[in-house]
Write a protein that binds this ligand. Structure first.
Ligand SMILES: C[C@H](O)CC(=O)SCCNC(=O)CCNC(=O)[C@H](O)C(C)(C)COP(=O)(O)OP(=O)(O)OC[C@H]1O[C@@H](n2cnc3c(N)ncnc32)[C@H](O)[C@@H]1OP(=O)(O)O
Ligand SMILES: NC(=O)c1ccc[n+]([C@@H]2O[C@H](COP(=O)([O-])OP(=O)(O)OC[C@H]3O[C@@H](n4cnc5c(N)ncnc54)[C@H](O)[C@@H]3O)[C@@H](O)[C@H]2O)c1
Length: 313
């Protein structure tokens, strides 16, 4: 344990600059260009890596490019307050480093690191990784941004288990400073070190966690969100008042319902349904009638324009 800490401190010291490139990695493929994939592609390109961003169709990719440009415009306004020309150049340089494609092999054949951020479904992830394992160079490191699935279970689809780890980002990726870096019992030390270095090179603070359900943050955050939903379902308080209470009484930046809308109701449902199936005896993991109903209606939160709240203008 102590030697691990020493290695991490050395890595952290040598990557104090957010623009320092990771020597092991030049090109990164991000698969899935939704809420998370677009943010991961953005911060990776901002750190100087060349990025392939992959999704199933051009509509999703164009939406992602628009999201990234809006986010960069927002962040550069403050960063280059007195130098608007620098902001324009910074945005252009970052966007130029991102190549979008619907063909997964375009990036996979060339990338040193693949970050998967597709739907939270084990079969979909297995199908993708088994394909990637065949087309990627055997030096390429594979990672998943899963919220709740065991990394080792996702890695069952590949033969390079020593080059498979977890990189769990937080939404919104450009703003949230944390990156959970997950090592399975088969991830090699060299792979893990490269993942920590990548995290620091994009300016994130890394924490280590075993390959346990929800890692650190979600194991604490998701039960809290569902406890709030149960409180609302019992009729103890309105969801608006629960949000107000947690923001003003506990200092949270968002209330639990705002946060569920922000994460996505479909993703939140996938997380808890998966845990409920895996741990049927644990009362912490119970699905919610209200969330099931909203997902069935297509009210997935901010990304669909409506969840608990309405975001349509
Ligand atoms: C489930 C998964 O597996 C794990 C997860 O991701 S769980 C979810 C984790 N995320 C959270 O808990 C988010 C909680 N919410 C928050 O921290 C804040 O509400 C928030 C950062 C999203 C927005 O902050 P808020 O103060 O309400 O709004 P706003 O003033 O618009 O934004 C604050 C700053 O962030 C910036 N920002 C917000 N969203 C941004 C984005 N998408 N891109 C770039 N910058 C952004 C703003 O420009 C602003 O920057 P400034 O302070 O330099 O001017
Ligand atoms: N939403 C969050 O707050 C959050 C935070 C951390 C981690 N995660 C995890 O990140 C992953 C993505 O979540 P999200 O919120 O970005 O979802 P999302 O629904 O916003 O985006 C998923 C994207 O993946 C694409 N996709 C699906 N299957 C694909 C495939 N086979 N090939 C290429 N693209 C494919 C979809 O078209 C969609 O654009 C999930 O595993 C989720 O659990 C989510």
């Amino acid at each position: 344990m102590a030697s691990k800490l020493v290695i991490n401190n050395i890595i952290k010291r040598s990557f104090s600059s957010t623009s320092a490139l990771n020597r092991q990695i030049n090109s990164v493929t991000v698969i899935g260009s939704g809420l998370m994939g677009s943010g991961i592609a953005q911060v990776t390109a901002e750190a100087g890596y060349s990025v392939y961003l992959v999704d199933q169709n051009d509509t999703a990719l164009n939406k992602a490019l628009k999201t990234i440009e809006t986010s960069l415009t927002r962040s550069t306004k403050k960063k280059f307050n007195k130098e608007p020309d620098h902001a324009v150049r910074y945005i252009k340089d970052t966007m130029d480093r991102i190549v979008t494609t619907t063909k997964v092999d375009a990036g996979a054949e060339k990338s040193d690191l693949i970050i998967e951020a597709i739907v939270e479904n084990i079969q979909a992830k297995h199908d993708l990784f088994s394909k990637l394992d065949k087309i990627s160079p055997n030096t390429t490191i594979f990672t998943s941004n899963t919220s709740s699935l065991p990394i080792a279970e996702i890695a069952e689809a590949v033969s390079r288990k020593d080059k498979f780890g977890g990189l769990h980002f937080f939404n919104p990726v450009p703003v949230m400073k944390l990156l959970e870096v997950i090592k399975t019992h088969e991830t090699s030390d060299a792979t893990y070190r490269t993942l920590l270095e990548y995290g620091l090179s994009i300016g994130k603070t890394t924490v280590e966690c075993k390959d346990t359900p929800g890692f650190i943050v979600n194991r604490l955050l998701v039960p809290y969100m569902f406890e709030a939903v149960k409180m609302y379902e019992r009729g103890d308080a309105s969801f608006q008042d629960i949000d107000t209470a947690m923001k003003l009484g506990a200092g949270y930046p968002m209330g639990p319902f705002e946060l569920i809308d922000y994460v996505g109701l479909d993703t939140t449902k996938f997380i808890v349904d998966g845990w409920k199936k895996r741990f049927p005896e644990d009362p912490t993991f119970q699905s919610s009638v209200v969330i099931d109903q909203l997902v069935a209606e297509g009210r997935l939160g901010r990304k669909s324009g409506e969840g608990f709240y309405n975001y349509k203008k």
